[in-house]
Design a protein around this ligand. Structure first.
Ligand code: ZN
Length: 184
């Protein structure tokens, strides 16, 4: 969970207390009284499609190294969410995308993250391998390495995508991912 010891403004110690008018504990500076709010982070990613195939990356970095994922990462300041999804797709798979449409939103409260995936087209069918990927590939549904997916968000997004491709329509869905108990 979120934890801090020192004020990011003046460097003094912080304590956990409920500020006046608030209803939950925050880290508050004992010297300058700055309240340090912690809010969820937004991850943006793409479901990049080319000729019924989806672009996936095998991660070169932890966490979940060697696992497969759609291009995704934290949204940067100064960019919109579709711009972030396109940037991540370029960085991880050297792919240029167009026609981005919001497709899938996930709340993952136990890691304080929100994921936003955009469906989009791969321009010219061209892609490569970015520095955070070991390899990249365009997969049909029956070619997906299902047992090597990085996380439930990846799994659910791919399942929805291929089901929706059979229906020919792509409604935006919002759902939550709950913590799954760790296997012994
Ligand atoms: Zn302070």
């Amino acid at each position: 969970d979120y934890y801090m010891k020192y004020c990011t403004s003046c460097g003094s110690a912080v304590i956990l207390r409920v500020p006046e008018g608030d209803d939950r504990e925050r880290f508050v500076c004992t010297a300058c009284e700055l309240i340090h709010y912690s809010n969820p982070r937004i991850s943006v990613g793409s479901v990049t499609v080319y000729e019924e195939r989806v672009l996936l990356c095998r991660r070169a970095i932890e966490p979940r190294r060697n696992r497969w994922t759609q291009p995704a990462g934290f949204k940067d300041n100064g960019e919109t969410t579709p711009e972030g999804a396109a940037r991540e797709t370029w960085e991880e798979a050297r792919a240029r995308v167009s026609n981005l449409e919001l497709y899938r939103v996930f709340d993952v409260p136990y890691i304080s993250q929100v994921y936003m995936f955009y469906r989009c087209d791969l321009e010219d069918g061209a892609f490569g391998v970015g520095p955070e990927s070991l390899e990249t590939a365009l997969y049909r549904e029956d070619e997906i390495p299902w047992s090597e997916n990085a996380c439930p968000v990846v799994q659910q997004t791919l399942e929805d995508n291929f089901a929706d491709m059979r229906d020919g329509r792509f409604p935006v869905r919002v759902s939550a991912i709950e913590r799954t108990p760790r296997r012994p």
